[in-house]
Design a binder for this molecule. Structure first.
Ligand code: PBG
Length: 310
């Protein structure tokens, strides 16, 4: 009688990576999650693959001295993300690697793009840099590039560049409907961009949470520009948007259960106000009910373990 199922195959696991060796620094606002040096990343990747999780999503923690106004470290061919992709692909070729295309870990001001003197994020100048970043990821072996920056026209520009450079197998997952959400706080702490961003916000390029038609418009644009898959972000407070996107376009639709959603379930569990495992699984099934084909979630390992044992 059960209408929906949840398995380890539904998850993409976002991981935070950092320079160094033997480093596994816990993230205070995200229990069970750490910043991992590349050797530690291999251990986690092996576990994810053994649990049946199809892909990891990489998020770098960039040293302060490598951050700049224009985020040029994003396309340094020897940068942290590119080394991580090559290492993972050499050890676990069957494990999918998804990369974040956006400049916020790399900019000294914490915005996803380059800014003018007033702090306004410049769309077209940013897109040119994102194309360089996406090409580097594809060249290193990323299976999926995932622009999370929300610039207009970047999917088309990245798709054209990938085709031109013969990266015909690289898929694009567009963060198509990404809201200017307050649920990203723990993530910004984890990658160390909250200090850079300060009191600024991302409302000139991320979406107003009052809007749903705009989400459909954004998805339509990204699909017409060549996205293979689209994403709605955050997750639980936006399941109506997931359902609307899936019903309207019937394309592979993903949702991101973001850091703040993860943190609030853990915080309640730490107070013994909620049962962690039960609420984790219930929250993840709600994405499937809403029509999501896959879920980016920091619960991926814990949920896969729980599901495999059950
Ligand atoms: C930025 C990016 C963010 C997240 C993923 N990519 C944060 C932001 O837009 O500030 C958030 C993920 C999370 O909160 O778990 N390119």
């Amino acid at each position: 009688m059960r209408e929906h199922t949840l398995t380890a195959h539904d998850f993409i696991y976002p991981v935070f990576i950092t320079e160094g060796d033997g480093i596994k620094t816990p993230i205070a606002s995200m229990p069970h999650q750490s910043r991992l040096s590349l050797d530690e990343l291999l251990t986690v990747a092996q576990e994810a693959a053994a649990l049946g999780i199809p892909a990891l999503a990489l998020f770098p923690v960039i040293d302060v001295d490598k951050k700049s106004l224009n985020g040029k470290e994003a396309y340094n061919p020897d940068g942290l993300v590119l080394r991580a992709i090559r290492l993972l692909k050499s050890h676990f070729p069957q494990l999918g690697i998804m990369t974040d295309v956006a400049l916020d870990p790399y900019t000294s001001h914490g915005q996803d793009g380059v800014i003018d003197e007033t702090g306004y994020v410049l769309n077209d100048e940013t897109t040119e840099i994102l194309v360089q970043q996406a090409l580097c990821h594809a060249d290193a072996g990323a299976d999926i590039v995932a622009p999370s920056d929300m610039m207009d026209g970047r999917i088309g520009a990245i798709r054209t560049a990938l085709e031109t450079e013969s990266f015909i197998h690289t898929r694009i997952m567009s963060y198509a409907a990404k809201y200017a959400s307050h649920f990203y706080g723990p993530f910004r702490d984890a990658v160390g961009s909250s200090g850079n961003l300060g009191k600024a916000d991302k409302k000139t390029y991320q979406m107003d949470y009052a809007n749903v038609n705009e989400a459909l418009h954004e998805v339509a644009l990204d699909l017409s520009e060549g996205a293979d898959m689209v994403m709605v972000k955050p997750g639980m407070p936006y399941l109506d948007v997931v359902r609307a996107v899936k019903d309207e376009f019937k394309v592979p639709t993903f949702a991101y259960q973001v850091s703040g959603e993860y943190a609030m379930i853990h915080a309640a569990a730490q107070n013994s106000w909620l049962d962690l495992e039960a609420c984790m699984l219930e929250s993840l099934m709600s994405f499937k009910r809403a029509g999501a084909d896959g879920i980016l979630t920091y619960f991926a390992l814990d949920a896969a373990r729980a599901l495999n044992k059950g």
